[in-house]
Design a protein around this ligand. Structure first.
Ligand code: MF3
Ligand code: CO
Ligand code: CO
Length: 341
């Protein structure tokens, strides 16, 4: 057993004795298991639903007033607020179902609908993907255990448009490999974002992500990609997080899409989807991290609708990200900051 495995085992042992932890160390092979999924949470009738959340008694349909970009900006900001509020509750002993309830209340408090709820039959208001789960994990009654990593993916439908973002959180103290995975995945997302500019080929995004992640020995997931987003949750274009020469269409100023790399400690391959029809683990059981932002393409760069302006400023100005970034004619740095403090 390596030092690292030894350390991980110690962390698990410690966590299992904590109140609320229910991991049977003798039986748990280190894989996440399906827990129990609670009944659907209610959405009050005054909240505007997307068309797929059919509920005849509720507001839906009519084209909301206001400029598309302004509505995307508001949805992006609200999504990020919900993510921050939910992420702040991550701790050993907290169930992913509790995270879902916190997020659900946070969407409603902003007048938004949880986009994932009833989306193609998905039963919850966020995705929570623990350890080797790449994405689309369903919140359940499994308590988080110290040493886990958990991605929370938040999407809000507000004033007729969707805003989508996610982040991976450490549960208490985590092992060094997991910490490095989270850090490199976050950096990789920003490397991709730094490539966004009207007229440039879309595949620049994935190329930058892959170039940053793979030298660390990590696998870049290919099966799940970023996506156009707006009045629809998932629409064209597909945004690969690896270099795909066929994704050579120019990015179009004024359009919005997500960049959401999923990166594995081991191989990039996805394993068998769980019987719940959603949960997607890595094939080799290695851990997986993810970060996501919704971006707006500008003629000369990018506006990151789900980032706080100070984050965008910090990342896009960092010298490391300037490498390989289209420079010519680009006003250095950041688009006009969103109207947030
Ligand atoms: N928010 C996820 C994404 O980034 C999609 C979740 S769809 C669900 O695209 F149905 F799985 F919730
Ligand atoms: Co997305
Ligand atoms: Co998402």
């Amino acid at each position: 057993m390596s030092r690292r495995q030894d350390k991980r085992k110690q962390l698990r042992r410690k966590a299992a004795t904590a109140p609320g932890a229910r991991v049977d160390l003798a039986r748990d092979p280190g894989r996440v298991r399906a827990g129990r999924i609670s009944p659907e949470l209610a959405v009050p009738p005054g909240i505007r639903r997307p068309p797929y959340a059919l509920d005849p008694a509720s507001l839906q349909g009519a084209t909301p007033p206001g400029d598309f970009i302004e509505r995307m900006r508001a949805a992006g900001r609200a999504a990020r607020e919900v993510l921050d509020e939910t992420g702040a509750a991550v701790a050993p002993g907290v169930t992913t179902d509790e995270l879902d309830r916190i997020a659900h209340a946070a969407y409603l408090a902003r007048g938004g609908y949880p986009s994932t709820l009833r989306y193609r039959g998905y039963p919850k208001s966020v995705c929570t993907s623990v350890n080797e789960v790449i994405c689309h994990g369903i919140p359940d009654d499994r308590p988080l255990v110290e040493g886990d990593i958990v991605d929370i993916d938040v999407t809000i439908y507000l004033d007729g448009v969707h805003g989508d973002c996610n982040a991976t959180y450490a549960v208490g103290a985590i092992d060094d490999d997991s910490a490095r995975l989270i850090e490199v995945t976050h950096e990789s997302m920003w490397h991709g974002i730094a490539q966004v500019r009207g007229g440039e080929p879309l595949h620049n995004v994935g190329r930058a992500i892959q170039r940053h992640a793979e030298p660390h020995g990590f696998g870049v997931v290919r099966t799940f990609v970023g996506h156009g987003i707006g009045t629809e949750f998932h629409t064209a274009p597909s945004v690969p997080h690896y270099y795909d020469p066929t994704a050579n269409q120019p990015m179009v100023a004024g359009t919005t899409f997500t960049i959401e790399p999923m990166i594995n400690l081991g191989g990039w391959e996805v394993g068998t989807i769980w019987p719940d029809g959603w949960t997607a683990p890595t094939r080799d059981g290695s851990r997986s991290a993810q970060f996501e932002h919704t971006v707006l393409v500008l003629p000369d760069g990018v506006d990151v609708l789900t980032a706080w302006p100070h984050e965008t400023a910090r990342w896009l100005r960092s010298p490391e990200l300037q490498e390989g970034r289209p420079q010519e004619g680009r006003p250095r740095g950041v688009a006009a900051p969103a109207a947030v403090d």
